[in-house]
Design a protein around this ligand. Structure first.
Ligand SMILES: [Zn+2]
Length: 376
């Protein structure tokens, strides 16, 4: 097991980013003063975050498996480690050593700027570093399109734009500003779609339930609508949205003859996602017939044009605040949707024990716990 102290603001900014796994590593973030801090886990492996007061009292202790912002209560020290590591033995060490470490953070950037702003800036610099490493010099659009997922490219251009906004007021690493300009130039033709993808196209499968909606056995999420083979890579993320997928096991796929029954596929995905699938389907049809509304604003409506869905998440809105992938909990379903679901799920007899609607109900009840209201 290894204990690392992160003292300078740059060390703290990078933390566990780009590590495959923290395993037994313990990262200790040492701050010169108390403060409420915003951590993020973007590009970090799953980890446990522990926040300590100056006296060593644990004020926060959570395992964070997905990439997100984490708002910590007022604390002096923060520990990041693998989800299963017992950090208790390190608390005393952190406390006793912290006092002796050089207080490079005496002019702590997180105190001069809002903590969240600093974290975003740190993330932006890290993003730009990845670009430098991937391209070694000039930013080439073909490498950018091949090396990064579309949602990552969206985060990278956001970072580039953000860095440029702050390049006058903050001291930034050499080259970061120049690279930011070349990224924006290289991505210019795709910028609307990839920024939309940076929110709506993030991976979700690993945190959604993976039980068959018909029998409850292990399943994978199967997409239903598919893109034209000529579709540009920048729009494919919408076909990877949960609204275009159903969790179904191999056995049920066979029993229902699902792969050869188009109307059954549609019944299942339509019944599961109701108005949210309808909205996605409208986008799918519009892009195939080249009839997307000209005034579609992807920055406020990243998923699909406003007219395609209702006003709320439940009724199919594709607005920015509803764009992050969510399981189908509380989708508003009419009797038609429920009939489609039952038609799909119960059209064939089960062999052995009839599971009824239990697996489906379990899926519909599943929700992610999302902290709300901390990001401003
Ligand atoms: Zn099944």
């Amino acid at each position: 097991m290894q204990l690392h102290f992160l003292i300078t603001s740059e060390q703290r900014a990078t933390g566990a980013m780009f590590m495959e796994s923290l395993n037994e590593t313990v990262l200790a973030f040492i701050y010169p003063t108390d403060g409420s801090r915003t951590f993020h886990t973007f590009f970090c492996p799953p980890m446990r975050i522990i926040a300590l007061s100056a006296e060593g009292q644990v004020v926060f202790d959570e395992v964070i498996a997905r990439w997100k912002w984490v708002r910590l209560p007022v604390c002096r020290y923060v520990i990041e480690t693998g989800p299963k590591v017992d950090y208790a033995p390190f608390v005393q060490t952190v406390l006793s050593i912290a006092g002796d470490l050089p207080q490079l953070g005496a002019i702590d950037p997180s105190l001069r700027m809002d903590g969240l702003l600093f974290a975003v800036l740190a993330e932006a610099v890290a993003d730009i570093r990845r670009i430098r490493d991937a391209h070694r010099g000039e930013v080439r659009p073909d490498i950018q399109r091949r090396r990064f997922e579309v949602w990552e490219r969206g985060q990278i251009v956001s970072s580039a734009g953000f860095l440029l906004d702050f390049s006058d007021t903050c001291h930034l690493p050499d080259g970061a500003v120049k690279l930011s300009y070349s990224i924006l130039k290289a991505e210019e033709p795709y910028i609307d779609e990839i920024v939309a993808a940076s929110v709506g196209g993030i991976p979700w499968r690993h945190e959604f339930p993976s039980h068959c909606m018909r029998c409850g056995k292990r399943a994978s999420w199967r997409p239903i609508l598919s893109p034209k083979s000529s579709a540009p890579v920048e729009i494919l993320w919408r076909y990877q949205r949960p609204e275009n997928a159903i969790p179904i096991c191999h056995h049920c796929t066979e029993t229902l003859n699902l792969l050869r029954d188009r109307s059954l596929q549609i019944d299942l995905v339509w019944g599961l996602w109701g108005p949210r699938f309808e909205a996605l389907w409208q986008w799918h049809r519009a892009i195939r017939t080249k009839r997307l509304p000209a005034d579609w604003d992807l920055y406020t409506q990243p998923l699909w044009p406003a007219d395609f869905g209702g006003e709320s998440w439940e009724t199919g809105s594709g607005a920015l605040k509803f764009a992050e992938p969510r399981p189908p909990h509380q989708v508003s379903r009419s009797e038609q949707h429920m009939q489609a679901l039952r038609r799909g799920l119960f059209s064939k007899k089960f062999r052995g024990r009839q599971p009824g609607e239990t697996p489906l109900q379990k899926l519909l009840d599943f929700r992610l716990d999302q902290p709300k209201g901390d990001l401003r």
